[in-house]
Design a binder for this molecule. Structure first.
Ligand code: SAH
Ligand code: SF4
Length: 377
């Protein structure tokens, strides 16, 4: 897909902008867009800046809470616009502390967001689309046809919702050092680079010091390998990049990840070599361990060769099974032997712990839960 056809694709699957009452959500507009929009209604620029501050720094959910905005202006804003959050359809808490929310959007669509606490950090796994147009064979999300893209506001709302629940807005006294929620990974449902405009808009507000103020070093975008957009992402956002690699030759990769037919491995690896990396930053390669498919010693050697001298970390992900997948997870001894080959070649290759498995919140399991709940109705 070319740059322009990705833009067309984004339009076809666009998110609705207004809620059931016809009110436009202000979340997701850049500061300049917000100023310009409100200016059309004679709201002066300094007021728009105050509104922005209340939304992103204080985390308020209604105009009524905006202390320094005049009463009649609040009433006007309330009439035309909203800054609300999606409703929480379900919240599930795993025994390991992982929390998974199924959030209901304005048009009734559901999206999943997962918070994964660890000793030294807390990571929010954010979705970019409802479903996915790509059909990676091992991924449950890939069996759900794309319903639509998420709007920038819906991507931000997942993050703002987590701040609400964890009570980590600066106004609640949460300090940088004392926060539970520190990192964002765009690794939920969907392919973020097939919804690039909305993802970029949302992440720019995340990274803005006057916005959600989350450093680009703490944000990772994962892609199945949409080569033309990787470069754009590097130039415009320069967040950490994760590549879902999963195979070391074109035959196997095209079989399990059809996007490889469009963007084969040599183009993908070139895009990785060209990605702008600050000193000490690395590209993460995700590699799902599939028994008898991609887990031999030879595969490990080929993986090391493929990565070459790209500054890299390889996340070995035990395959999370789902009904009818047709795959099995490699045995633990096999995964360890695979990891050892990589480590002996000087490659950092942790085996990713499966988190939130008991609530179907692990990688590649995200579709199942929402389907189940939707089916219950
Ligand atoms: N579409 C993007 C973002 C989703 S990230 C991408 O593919 O990168 C989700 C990660 O989980 C990806 O690395 C994906 O390959 C991996 N994954 C998908 N299904 C999985 C499964 N069943 N078990 C383990 N990992 C899986
Ligand atoms: Fe889509 Fe990523 Fe799943 Fe592939 S692995 S189907 S790109 S969500």
């Amino acid at each position: 897909m070319s740059d322009t056809s990705i833009q067309k694709h984004e339009k076809v699957f666009a998110a609705p902008k207004v809620d059931a009452q016809g009110r436009e959500n202000l979340i997701g507009l850049s500061k300049d867009e917000l100023i310009e929009l409100l200016m059309q209604y004679q709201v002066p620029g300094f007021r728009a800046k105050q509104v922005w501050h209340w939304i992103y720094q204080r985390g308020v959910k209604s105009f009524d809470e905006m202390g320094n905005i005049p009463k009649d202006m609040k009433a006007f804003l309330n009439d035309r616009f909203s800054i609300g959050r999606p409703t929480v359809e379900t919240e599930q808490r795993s025994t390991d502390g992982t929390i998974k929310w199924l959030l209901k959007l304005n048009d009734g669509q559901m999206v999943e967001t997962v918070f994964i606490p660890e000793k030294d950090r807390g990571t929010l796994c954010v979705s970019s689309q409802i479903g996915c147009t790509l059909t990676c064979k091992f991924c449950h999300t890939g069996t759900q046809p794309l319903v639509r893209n998420l709007g920038a506001h819906e991507i931000l709302q997942q993050i703002m919702h987590a701040r609400d629940v964890l009570d980590e807005w600066p106004s609640s006294g949460a300090k940088d050092g004392g926060r539970d929620f520190t990192n964002i990974v765009m690794m939920g449902m969907g392919e973020p680079l097939y919804n690039y405009s909305n993802v970029a808009k949302a992440l720019k507000i995340c990274m803005d010091g006057d916005g959600l103020s989350i450093s680009k070093r703490r944000i990772t975008l994962s892609t199945s390998g949409v080569v033309p957009m990787i470069q754009k992402c590097g130039e415009e956002l320069n967040v950490n990049l994760a590549i879902s690699l999963h195979a070391t030759n074109d035959n196997l990769r095209s079989e399990i990840m059809p996007i490889n037919k469009k963007y084969p491995l040599d183009e993908l690896m070139q895009a990785c070599r060209d990605y702008p990396l600050d000193p000490r930053r690395r590209i993460t390669f995700e590699y799902v361990m599939l028994k008898g498919v991609n887990d031999t010693d030879d595969d490990a050697h080929n993986l090391a060769t493929l990565i070459g001298n790209i500054p890299a970390k390889i996340n070995l992900i035990p395959f999370n099974d789902w009904p009818g997948s047709g795959f099995e997870c490699s045995d633990m001894e096999r995964i360890e032997a695979f990891a050892k080959i990589l480590r002996d070649k000087g490659l950092d290759s942790p085996v990713r712990k499966t988190r939130g498995d008991d609530i179907l919140a692990a990688c590649g399991q995200l579709k199942s839960a929402s389907k189940k709940i939707i089916n219950k109705k």
